[in-house]
Design a protein around this ligand. Structure first.
Ligand code: ADP
Length: 365
C-alpha cells in the first residue's frame, strides 16, 4: 500500500467509525469532526463544528484540566482513557469515555480525540422492562375493553333482531310492501352486527385464554374439519386433496380454528362456474413445520397480501362472498401465539396459497 492509498483508507476508516472522532489544534480549535462526532455533539455540519473550540463543549470549570492534558500530549506524553462530561449543541450534558493522542494533521501537530457515549446499561434495561410492562398492561386493558364491549353490545342487538322478527311475523298483514322491505333491511343489518360482534369477542378471547400446547396429530384434526365441512364440500362440488400431515406441538383447539378458517376460505372464494379444489400439505423446514392451504379460487392482488390479515378487512362485497373479515385476523393471532408466521402467495384469477409455520420443539414435534 503506498502513502496515498494508506491515507485514503485511514480517511474512510475515520469517516465510518461509530466512535465520535474530533481533531483539534493545540489551542483547541476544531479542525475536523467525523459524522459520528457531529451526531453526538449535535452540530448540523462540519463547517458549524469547525467554528468552535473543544473548550466550548466542556462544562464550566473543566478548561484548565483539559488544557493541561492537551499540553501533556503535545509534549509526547500519553493519557489513560477517562470519563468526561460533554456539553451538547442543545444544551444537554452527556457522559463519554475519551481517549486522546497526538497526530499530524496537514503538517501540524494536532490532538485526535475518540469519544464513546456511556450508557448506564442497568438503567436502560430497567426502563425498557418498565415500558414493556406498561405496554402489556395497556394491551390487556384494550383486550378486556373490546371483549366487554362486544359482549354487552350483543344483548341489545339480539333484542332488536327478536322484536323486528316478531313485528314481521305478527303484523305481516297490516304492513305494506315498503314497510316489509325496511324490516328486512333492519333484520339483515342486525344479524350482521351480531355476527361481527361475535367474531370480535372470539378474537379478543384468543389472547386472554391460556395456550395449552400438546402433541397434536394434524391429520386427525383435518379429518374432523373435513367431516364438519362435508355438506359444504358436497354443495360446492369441491375437491379437497390432502397430504400426510405431521404431529406438532400446538394448542389443538386453536390450531383447528386456524386450519378450518383457511380450508373454508379455500372453498368459499372460488371463481364463479369453477369447482373449488383445495390442497392441504405440510413439510419440515428443520426448525419449523410449514403448512399450506392452496386453492384455485379468485386470487388476491399483491397489494393486499398483508392487509387481509387485519381485523374486518374484506376485499369482496358480502353478497358475493359472505363473511366478517375476522377469519384471517384470528388465524394470524393463533399462529403468532404459537411463535409462527402466516402469509399468502397468490395470483389474481388463478388461486392462492396460504402458508403458516409452527416452530418445532425439542422432541421434533
Ligand atoms: P372473511 O372470509 O370473513 O371475509 P377473512 O379474514 O377470512 O374474512 O378474509 C379476509 C379477506 O381476504 C376476504 O374477505 C377475502 O377478500 C380475502 N381472502 C381470504 N381468503 C381468500 C382466498 N382463499 N382466496 C381469495 N381471497 C381470500
Amino acid at each position: 500500500m503506498n502513502q496515498q492509498e494508506y491515507e485514503m483508507n485511514y480517511q474512510a476508516l475515520i469517516e465510518h467509525s461509530s466512535d465520535a472522532i474530533i481533531v483539534h489544534d493545540p489551542e483547541g480549535k476544531i479542525l475536523y469532526a467525523n459524522p459520528a462526532a457531529l451526531t453526538l455533539i449535535g452540530d448540523r455540519s462540519l463547517e458549524e463544528a469547525m467554528k468552535k473550540s473543544v473548550y466550548e463543549h466542556l462544562p464550566p470549570g473543566f478548561s484548565d484540566r483539559a488544557s493541561q492534558d492537551i499540553q501533556k500530549i503535545l509534549e509526547g506524553g500519553t493519557l489513560p482513557a477517562l470519563v468526561a462530561t460533554v456539553l451538547l449543541a442543545n444544551g444537554d450534558y452527556i457522559e463519554v469515555e475519551v481517549r486522546a493522542n497526538l497526530v499530524n494533521f496537514g503538517g501540524r501537530s494536532a490532538i485526535q480525540i475518540h469519544m464513546r457515549e456511556l450508557f448506564d446499561r442497568a438503567k436502560l434495561i430497567e426502563s425498557l422492562k418498565q415500558q414493556a410492562e406498561d405496554l402489556r398492561r395497556s394491551n390487556e386493558d384494550l383486550e378486556n375493553l373490546s371483549h366487554i364491549a362486544a359482549h354487552d353490545l350483543q344483548e341489545p342487538v339480539r333484542t332488536v333482531i327478536t322484536f323486528i322478527q316478531r313485528l314481521e311475523m305478527e303484523k305481516k298483514e297490516t304492513l305494506d310492501a315498503e314497510a316489509r322491505g325496511y324490516i328486512r333491511t333492519i333484520e339483515k343489518a342486525g344479524l350482521r352486527m351480531h355476527q361481527l360482534l361475535g367474531d370480535l369477542r372470539r378474537y379478543s378471547r384468543l389472547n386472554m385464554q391460556e395456550l395449552r400446547k400438546e402433541k397434536v396429530d394434524t391429520d386427525s384434526i383435518l379429518d374432523q374439519i373435513l367431516g364438519e365441512l362435508q355438506p359444504r364440500i358436497r354443495e360446492e362440488g369441491a375437491t379437497v386433496v390432502r397430504e400426510k400431515l405431521p404431529v406438532v406441538m400446538a394448542d389443538p383447539t386453536l390450531l383447528r380454528i386456524a386450519l378450518q378458517n383457511l380450508v373454508e376460505n379455500g372453498i368459499k372464494f372460488h371463481r364463479p362456474g369453477n369447482k373449488p379444489r383445495v390442497v392441504v400439505a405440510a413439510f419440515s423446514r428443520g426448525d419449523a413445520w410449514q403448512f399450506s392451504v392452496q386453492d384455485n379460487g379468485i386470487g388476491i392482488p399483491s397489494r393486499y397480501f398483508q392487509k387481509i390479515f387485519d381485523m374486518f378487512e374484506r376485499l369482496n362485497p358480502p353478497d358475493a362472498y359472505p363473511g366478517t373479515g375476522m377469519g384471517l385476523a384470528i388465524c394470524r393471532r393463533i399462529v403468532e401465539r404459537h411463535g409462527g408466521k402466516i402469509w399468502v402467495e397468490s395470483e389474481e384469477g388463478k388461486g392462492s396459497t396460504f402458508c403458516f409455520s409452527l416452530p418445532v420443539d425439542d422432541t421434533g414435534a
